[in-house]
Design a protein around this ligand. Structure first.
Ligand code: 2P0
Length: 328
């Protein structure tokens, strides 16, 4: 990445995968969720973002992966930068250069790593020196899941009730060093409904949404106990069930929708048959057709071999727990 100017700041943030998911906002403007969520930050996929506030610019100049960002993306970034400008007192526009380190075909770029990196780089470029808690609060304003990517390893987003108390905290874990997440990329289907739209539809039309609030809260308590006990089986079971409960909200919305495609269902079946044959693994799925498989290092090779045959080597990526936000 070329350096913008002497006062440019560059930050790196990694993506995260939620094991107990965030699905629904109580406050859409401040991004306050109905329920807490808990994720694992991954080492393999990350975003590097450089920000420089520049008196010579009349509007924010945003480039992603070497290309000018679309008007819609630039407007979203500018709305976020407005929060930073308001808090820091800076009035200048900014140059933003962002690079996603994701295999090009995989389509695994994430708003979590993007807004975590943007929050870190832009706040420091504006002269603010925020605590990790305040960085998490700021990242949340860009994209809810970004508040968890401030931290490495496991992170819990505590829903809170307003801007001051809705942020992620790190969750310590011991005995889970050999946990692996295998990212499986499926064929691209028709453009998926965005998470934002999908959540709104689920909250406003699924008759199961109240049940989601209850079960997600119970899943979070159970997952934290499983993490404290380093109980891989319990972690896997809770994660899989929670993912399917989230996807049940899409199927029960009006109009109904799904993020799954045919390959998603094939992968689910394969994970279950691997498990029945004694290879312990579990799946989780976000707002798209790709699947992430949770396993331990000893079974990774067998699982990779199985899925490489079905999806091709380039669509099977092994990831490990990754670090929190860093300045480069
Ligand atoms: C999660 N997802 O917990 C859930 C599970 C997708 C499925 O957070 O509207 O991009 O920007 O707050 O963070 C994706 O939603 O949504 C997401 P906004 P975000 O990871």
């Amino acid at each position: 990445m070329t350096t913008l100017s002497n006062n440019a700041v560059t930050a790196r943030a990694h993506t995260n995968i939620a094991l107990v998911k965030y699905w629904g906002k109580k406050d859409e403007n401040l991004i306050i969720p109905y329920t807490g969520s808990l994720s694992l930050t991954l080492d393999y996929f990350y975003t590097d973002t450089q920000v420089a506030f520049d008196a010579n610019l009349t509007t924010d100049d945003v480039q992603i992966d070497g290309q000018p960002a679309s008007a819609k993306t630039t407007a979203r970034v500018s709305r976020f930068l407005d929060i930073v400008r308001q808090r820091s007192g800076i009035t200048k526009s900014a140059a933003v250069r962002s690079t996603n380190h994701v295999p090009t075909a995989a389509g695994l770029a994430s708003s979590a790593s993007a807004f975590a990196a943007l929050a870190a780089a832009s706040s420091r470029a504006a002269g603010m020196n925020l605590s990790l808690t305040d960085l998490s609060r700021l990242a949340r304003r860009g994209s809810g899941s970004a508040c968890r990517s401030i931290f490495g390893g496991f992170a819990e987003w505590q829903p809170g009730t307003d801007d001051t108390n809705s942020y992620a905290i790190p969750i310590k874990s011991h005995g889970l060093a050999d946990l692996r997440v295998i990212a499986l990329t499926t064929v691209k289907g028709p453009k998926a409904i965005s998470s934002r739209q999908g959540m709104r539809l689920s909250v406003t039309t699924s008759p199961y949404y109240p049940a989601w609030i209850q079960t997600a809260q119970a899943d979070l308590v159970a997952l934290k106990a499983a993490l404290a006990a380093a109980d891989f089986t319990a972690i896997g079971k809770i994660s899989e069930l929670n993912a399917m409960r989230m996807h049940a909200l899409t199927l029960s919305a009006d109009p109904d929708f799904t993020y799954f495609n045919g390959q998603t269902l094939t992968i689910i079946d394969l994970v279950k048959s691997l498990r029945h044959s004694g290879v312990e693994c579990y799946y989780t799925i976000d707002a798209g057709p790709n699947v992430k498989v949770l396993c331990q290092s000893e079974t990774t090779e067998k699982i990779v071999t199985t899925f490489s045959k079905v999806l091709g080597d380039e669509n099977v990526i092994v990831t490990k727990p990754g670090p929190g936000v860093q300045y480069l």
